[in-house]
Design a binder for this molecule. Structure first.
Ligand SMILES: Nc1nc2c(c(=O)[nH]1)N[C@@H](CN(C=O)c1ccc(C(=O)N[C@@H](CCC(=O)O)C(=O)O)cc1)CN2
Length: 298
């Protein structure tokens, strides 16, 4: 049976280290500040934003949350971002996605000052990660968390390892591939138009699934002993739990995969919790950089 890579435990450890460094910083008069912005009432987004604000307070950060109505015009959101860009008490700005349809997410993301873009979605940060300068950039939180899990499992030099990333999103698939490449893995990005995905997946020593399709990756797609990182969070019907009940599953058929893989992340409790932990790490790094200090290695 595969080792389970416990995202909850690693997230708690990482957040603990962030809180420790934040205490040291506050003794120097620097308090990391995080502003999270939610537009609308999407229930999942409300939960994630609430968790981010709460975790920031637990880390000892200055934490502010802006809840805007679902019909907020784009220019109002852009004005808020301009105010947060200019606020010296704020080191990190995050606008929760998805946004309502009257707002262009790209225009909003590009309006955030790159040095406060703790989500790592601004072109400047995307470019630095893509060119192998992740140390100076903000790495998007989900791939950063997945990478920390891989590092813990396999070490930081992935020379000789084949990595297959299934999914080519800007937020997960592409940055994940850049990070694996920077760690010397041989990387292939697969997607919906890839031919014979099971055979390609079976070549992977490291298999990252980020497609958003429940349990698409089956046990016989996995190379024995591979490290499997499941980024998918899919809510599916669970009639066995009662009428109208649902449950969360990843992009990997976990019960099949854990019999073949060497190590695997569960869903829930895998990559998901790491997303918020890495947001705290990015906010701490931003406060350190603003004070002319190097970001601590966590
Ligand atoms: N501005 C951003 N928007 C979104 C991001 C992001 O990184 N920045 N990512 C996702 C949502 N997300 C954080 O925002 C997120 C998703 C899931 C989890 C998590 O811990 N999931 C749990 C299960 C939670 C549940 O029961 O539903 C798990 O996997 O164990 C944390 C954060 C989209 N938007």
């Amino acid at each position: 049976m595969a080792r389970i890579i416990d995202g909850k435990a690693l997230a708690a450890e990482t957040t603990g280290k962030v809180a420790h460094h934040a205490r040291d910083l506050s003794e120097k008069g620097i308090v990391p500040g995080l502003a999270v912005v939610l537009v609308g009432e999407d229930p999942a987004s409300q939960v994630y934003v609430g968790a981010k604000s709460k975790r920031a307070k637990e880390c000892g950060f200055h934490s502010v949350q802006h809840d805007l109505a679902a019909d907020t015009p784009e220019n109002e959101l852009l004005e808020l971002i301009a105010r947060l860009n200019a606020d010296p008490a704020i080191h990190g700005i995050l606008v929760q996605l998805p946004l309502p349809e009257q707002i262009d997410p790209d225009r909003v993301i590009q309006a955030i000052a790159p040095k406060k873009d703790v989500d790592g979605f601004h072109y400047m940060n995307v470019g630095m990660v893509a060119t192998g300068s992740a140390g100076r950039a903000f790495v998007p939180c989900t791939p950063a968390g997945a990478m920390l899990m891989i590092e813990r499992e396999l070490g930081s030099d992935l020379s000789g390892k084949n990595a297959v990333v299934i999914g080519r999103s800007n937020i997960v698939g592409k940055p994940m591939a850049s990070l694996l490449l920077a760690a010397n893995a041989t990387v292939t990005i697969a997607h919906s138009r890839t031919g014979d995905l099971p055979t390609l997946a079976r070549s992977a020593d490291i298999l990252v699934a980020a497609v958003g399709r429940p349990e698409m990756v089956r046990g016989d797609w996995i190379k024995p002993g591979a490290t499997v990182i499941d980024v998918g969070i899919n809510r599916i019907d669970a009639p066995e739990r009662g009428e109208g009940k649902t449950r969360l599953v990843g992009d990997v058929a976990y019960a099949e995969a854990e019999r073949v893989a060497g190590a695997i992340t569960p869903v829930p409790g895998g990559v998901g919790p790491m997303t918020i932990a890495m947001l705290m790490a990015n906010t701490l790094a931003s406060a350190c950089r603003a004070a002319g200090m190097p970001a601590p290695r966590l």
